[in-house]
Design a protein around this ligand. Structure first.
Ligand SMILES: C[C@@H](N)C(=O)N[C@H](C)C(=O)O
Ligand SMILES: [Zn+2]
Length: 258
């Protein structure tokens, strides 16, 4: 049952927590596992493991699963169907994000002593400025369940790698494609979650190939009802989202509840 709809938090928005009852399996009504709707979409859930800008698993991610609203998952399935015609495949990095995960990001940003992952995720930006510069949101669309971080890869590219390990060598996320961590076999100009002006979708300092890949991803997503973000080439929100005012806080758990 959605047992706590607390108004007044975070500027009058709703925060919802879920503990069974009104839910489908471990999820609130209206949410689905992307794997159940579109198993052909690859998943590399970065906030479940330690290879992310914080450098540790993020609060609320109990399983490496993409959870979305049903509307967003179905729209993404349609994007995948079209991408597949062109020999491409989607890979998601983050989907629904619990409000407690956002709180973890905020706490981490205030700890200036912790610069472990700077090289790999924010080589030229101060982590204290992430929110002001729009790279991380204090009230994230991801918590509304219809926002997704993703990339395109070739259908033929081998991509069954597990979430990167904690001892992954750190390489500057703005380094040339051949040097940095391979999010995909296609060059998008910077790595995923590279908090940097070079990650702005309209940045013209990245290669022509990277600009074309960004444009292709944005075009596909926008034609299926998603809107882009000016600061990050990988981030999209369903325009007609079913919960535009609700910031959920149920954990990302496995479909079997384990
Ligand atoms: C943290 C990054 N992956 C992201 O999603 N940023 C946007 C702005 C957000 O936090 O909603
Ligand atoms: Zn995002």
């Amino acid at each position: 049952m959605i047992n706590a709809l607390a108004q007044g938090l975070l500027g009058g928005a709703l925060i919802a927590t879920c503990s069974g009852g009104l839910s489908a399996g471990p999820l609130p009504i209206g949410f689905v596992y992307l794997r159940a709707i579109a198993p052909e979409i690859a998943q590399e859930m970065r906030y479940f493991g330690p290879f992310n800008f914080v450098g540790s698993p993020i609060d609320g991610y109990e399983a490496p699963e993409c959870i979305l609203t049903q509307a967003a998952a179905e729209a993404l399935k349609a994007v995948q169907a079209e991408a597949q015609q062109a020999g491409l495949r989607l890979k998601v990095f983050d989907c629904y994000r619990p409000a407690r995960a956002v709180a973890h990001f905020v706490r981490w940003s205030q700890d200036s002593a912790d610069q472990r992952m700077k090289v790999a995720f924010y080589p030229h930006v101060d982590k204290a400025d992430f929110f002001r510069l729009g790279y991380v949101a204090e009230r994230s669309g991801h918590s509304r369940g219809s926002t997704v971080d993703l990339i395109l890869a070739s259908l033929t590219a081998a991509d069954e790698r597990a979430t990167p390990s904690a001892d992954q060598p750190l390489v500057d996320c703005t380094a040339p494609f051949a040097e940095r961590y391979p999010d995909s076999d296609l060059d998008f100009g910077t790595g995923f979650d590279c908090m940097d002006p070079l990650s702005h979708p309209d940045n013209d300092q990245v290669s022509a190939e990277a600009q074309a890949n960004r444009a292709r991803l944005a075009d596909l997503m926008m034609r299926h009802g998603f809107k882009p973000l000016a600061e990050e080439w990988w981030h999209f929100t369903l325009k007609d989202e079913p919960f535009p005012e609700t910031y959920f806080d149920f954990p990302v758990s496995a479909p079997d509840g384990g």
